[in-house]
Design a protein around this ligand. Structure first.
Ligand SMILES: NC(=O)N[C@@H](CC(=O)O)C(=O)O
Ligand SMILES: [Zn+2]
Ligand SMILES: [Zn+2]
Length: 343
């Protein structure tokens, strides 16, 4: 049977939530990944180094016995973030980035910046301290078509940001378009991007196959095939600017299967397996290790992991549902076959 062994990967974009839902999902990630950049969009968000420290302690307390997992914390940039918070965050050694959500762009983004320039005093400190800015890159202008929101964000906000702060480390999170992939590929070394497994595997038809499929709804929304192909090309190109970020984003089943369902796909139960599938389809399994296990660590200035994981080409059934506190969670490929299994 075919198998591959790679350095243990890290997940550079993950939603772990909190409380009993944190305890429900964390084992899936800890089984596969050594570390993860943990998104701060809790309610209320993780705004200060002290919030991050407390959240980190709750995550560590939820790691199952016998597993090793290191949460890499982030702060949520608000209109009220103090520039002085950045030096505190840097000195803590536990905060690795600051996340920018345009207000209203996605799940729990209502405390985000109403205008990116409101964050410029804080961002100046980040540039000075080498603290990466993680960007949810979509405009919120309701007159912009939902499928164009990433491309318009790059033109209207990201290019001016890079001109104002040329040395700022930026990760354009969960890129979904050819424009996103090309912008990052052509940018200087301080600008990188994460790519999800679902954006490598699916185009927007997946949301409408035989009817409306809420479990394929996430933000940024799945795009046309042309864009999926551009993401596959970027991820498998060997460029060090692209790395793994699942954006696994669990929501209760009834919040997804609703007249106004929320955005987010849960992929942590099969994360590295789904990436293996995407890389295999592109005939690029030899590029998986750098994408999953080297490029992100190098960009963040962290050591690469030293242990390994092995994936076997062996089919298994994804669970039909996962218990999620008092609710249920429907994972990607629920009840369907997966072609790679973690050994
Ligand atoms: N990706 C999503 O669709 N949802 C994320 C938020 C985000 O990453 O934008 C979530 O927190 O649910
Ligand atoms: Zn996002
Ligand atoms: Zn996310």
């Amino acid at each position: 049977m075919q198998s591959i062994t790679i350095t243990r990967p890290d997940d550079w974009h993950l939603h772990l939530r909190d409380g009993e839902t944190l305890r429900a999902v964390l084992p899936d990630t800890a089984r596969r990944f050594a570390r993860a950049i943990v998104m701060p969009n809790l309610k209320p968000p993780v705004r200060t180094t002290e919030d991050a420290r407390a959240y980190r302690d709750r995550i560590l307390a939820a790691v199952p016995a016998g597993m090793q997992f290191e949460p890499l914390m982030t702060l949520y940039l608000t209109n009220n973030t103090e520039p002085a918070e950045i030096a505190r965050a840097k000195a803590s050694g536990i905060v690795h980035a600051v996340k920018y959500y345009p207000a209203g762009a996605t799940t729990n983004s209502d405390m985000g910046l109403t205008d990116l320039t409101n964050g410029y005093a804080v961002i100046a400190e980040m540039e000075k301290h080498g603290m990466p800015l993680l960007v949810h890159g979509e405009v919120t202008d309701p007159s912009v078509d939902i499928f164009d929101r990433e491309a318009v964000f790059i033109e209207r906000h990201l290019i001016p940001l890079t001109q104002a702060f040329p040395a700022l480390k930026i990760v354009l999170e969960h890129i979904t378009t050819q424009q996103g992939a090309e912008f990052v590929a052509n940018a200087p070394a301080n600008i990188a991007a994460t790519i999800t497994a679902h954006h490598l595997l699916y185009n927007r038809n997946a949301m409408f196959q035989g009817g409306i499929r809420p479990h394929y709804y996430c933000l940024p929304i799945l795009k046309r095939e042309q864009h999926r192909l551009a993401l596959v090309k970027a991820a498998t190109s060997g460029s060090v600017k692209f790395f793994l970020g699942t954006d696994s984003a669990p929501h209760p089943k009834n919040a997804k299967e609703s007249a106004c369902g929320c955005a987010g796909m849960y992929t942590a139960h099969a994360a590295i397996e789904l990436y293996a599938e995407a890389f295999e389809k592109a005939n690029a399994l030899d590029k998986l290790e750098a994408f999953a296990s080297f490029n992100g660590a190098d960009f963040y200035g962290l050591p690469r992991n030293t242990d390994t994981v092995t994936l076997a080409k062996e089919s298994w059934l994804a669970p039909a549902e996962i218990s999620f506190g008092a609710d249920k969670l429907i994972p990607l490929r629920a009840g369907e076959q997966l072609g790679w299994r973690i050994v």
